[in-house]
Design a protein around this ligand. Structure first.
Ligand code: IPM
Ligand code: MN
Length: 375
């Protein structure tokens, strides 16, 4: 019998409540389908940080490298400096585990109301690069005068060091450097094409802003075109990021697989979440196809709703289904998505964000009941 060791990071805000619903559903499907999950819990998040000053220690990361996967609730807390938990835990994990794919399905399920008047079928996947671009975290400020600054990016694929002589006149400045590597662009673009093949889709759209940020995104286009040659039967197109936000609203049914650099991928997937019915329904996976992947809802920790049993757990339960798919438990994964679909289509149990009155646990229970009816 297959046995998976899954790291569990409930995190902050509504994280613990929603992850609890996810864990229960995954435990149930493992019973029904006959595999085992060992959950290994980690305390990292705001409370742990405020008590101990520790974000995510190196030795924990090392141990987590032997897990089969990681299941994450949400991170972020208004008591901590902005970005500290996001950088020190979430991005740290993505980079350390080299989870270079951020997989975000944008699928409008039946029964879910969409803010667009006439959406057609919304069912596409955004493949977001997850380690590079403006997320490499290098930049600085420079005051008037001369200075020398050192910037460094360490990745498993490559490392890069910049030494800058900065000479500023007139005003203090701040700058941020984006980095894209040929290997980094190639692997994410190839993943997108392979995904299209796997899903029997025939179009891959690349997102960029090559008309303005010509160096980094000109490079991106060049790599995209060269990878595309290996998939002659798949149609390709380039969309500027501003234009794709317009098209997501105007004609989302056009899209099949969309591949985007990190920051644009971040931005367009919040829009994607809205056209699939809201953030409460949008799951994501941070995937390293040969390493430890991590699954989470794409929404944040919603601190205002902490402990209120009010948040929608569907994005998290769905993220659990993505995790099962990645682990090779396709049938279980499908059953969970089908159960979510059935609950939403029926429309009897809906959380507040979907216009209903159901609690977090009501919603989880409704998914569980549907799941049972399949067996
Ligand atoms: C996301 C989030 C993160 C990101 C933040 C919290 C670092 O917005 O997962 O989309 O920008 O990737
Ligand atoms: Mn985001």
């Amino acid at each position: 019998m297959a046995r998976y060791r899954i790291g569990l990071i409930p995190g902050d805000g509504i994280g613990p409540e929603i992850i609890d619903e996810g864990v229960k559903r995954l435990d149930r499907i493992s019973e029904l389908e006959g595999f085992d999950i060992d959950w290994i819990s980690y305390p990292y998040g705001a409370d742990h940080y405020l008590e101990t000053g520790e974000l995510l220690p190196e030795n924990a990361l090392k141990k987590m490298s032997s897990l089969d996967s990681i299941y994450l609730g949400a991170l972020g807390d208004p008591r901590c400096e902005p970005g500290i938990l996001e950088n020190g835990i979430l991005l740290k994990l993505r980079f350390y585990m080299d989870q270079f794919v951020n997989l975000r399905p944008i699928k409008l399920l039946e029964g879910v109301s969409c803010p667009l008047r006439d959406p057609g079928g919304v069912d596409f996947t955004v493949v977001r690069e997850n380690t590079e671009d403006f997320y490499v975290g290098i930049g600085d400020r420079a005051s008037i005068g001369k200075s020398r600054q050192h910037l460094e990016v360490l990745r498993s694929l490559y490392s890069v060091k910049f030494s800058l002589d900065v000479e500023v006149d007139g005003s203090e400045i701040a700058y941020q450097v984006g980095v894209m590597s040929r290997k980094g662009a190639e692997r994410i673009i190839r993943y997108a094409f392979d995904l299209a093949v796997r899903k029997k889709q025939d179009r891959v759209t690349a997102v960029d802003k090559a008309n303005v940020l010509t160096s980094m995104y000109g490079f991106w286009r060049e790599v995209f075109s060269s990878v595309a040659k290996d998939y002659p039967y798949i149609d390709t197109e380039f969309n500027f990021v501003d234009a794709i936000t317009m098209w997501f609203v105007k004609k989302p049914s056009w899209y099949q697989v969309v591949v985007a650099p990190n920051m644009f991928g971040d931005i367009i997937t919040d829009l994607g979440a809205m056209i699939q019915g809201g953030l409460g329904l949008a799951p994501g996976g941070n995937i390293n196809p040969e390493g430890v992947s991590m699954f989470e809802p794409i929404h944040g920790s919603a601190p205002r709703y902490k402990g209120k049993n009010r948040a929608n757990p569907v994005a998290t339960i769905w993220a659990g289904a993505l995790m099962l798919e990645e682990l090779g438990e396709e049938k279980s994964s499908e059953a969970i998505v089908n159960a979510i679909q059935a609950v939403l289509k029926e429309g009897k149990t809906l959380t507040k964000d979907l216009g209903g009155t159901a609690s977090t646990s009501d919603m989880g229970d409704a998914v569980a009941e549907k799941l049972n009816t399949f067996y």
